[in-house]
Design a protein around this ligand. Structure first.
Ligand SMILES: [Zn+2]
Length: 132
């Protein structure tokens, strides 16, 4: 299954990652099925490390907004300021949503790279991003 993510959404995620550098940026991708139609930036409540937690109130607000627009969570994104875009051990341990895409944007070497994964019972599979 491909993740359908528009170029404008990819640009928004990269911009968010750059803005929150050197901390990790995180957020939600909402839409229908495998198609993303909206990016929700979340505040990372953790600082100074290779980790992220999304602000709870913002998650509730985003969930309410999604319901009102008949959307659901398609994916969860976060940035890797200094390492490659592959789920870390911690990312895999904390991946509780097999139905979600886990999108990671890496800023390593100043070359933004966005990749998407499914994480099911600790098994990581990369999925194609359809940026059409
Ligand atoms: Zn990570």
């Amino acid at each position: 299954m491909k993740l359908s993510l528009k170029k404008t959404h990819i640009a928004e995620i990269i911009e968010h990652a750059k803005r929150d550098f050197p901390n990790e940026a995180c957020g939600l991708l909402a839409g229908k099925g495998r198609k993303v139609s909206k990016v929700y930036r979340m505040s990372n409540t953790e600082r100074g490390g290779m980790r992220y937690s999304m602000a709870l109130k913002e998650q509730f607000d985003a969930a309410r907004d999604m319901r009102s627009q008949n959307m659901e969570i398609v994916g969860i994104y976060h940035s890797h300021p200094n390492v490659r875009p592959y789920p870390s051990f911690r990312d895999i341990q904390r991946a509780m949503h097999p139905e979600c895409s886990y999108v990671i944007v890496s800023l390593i070497n100043g070359m933004p790279e966005v990749r998407s994964f499914r994480i099911i019972k600790g098994m990581v599979t990369e999925e194609e991003i359809d940026a059409g």
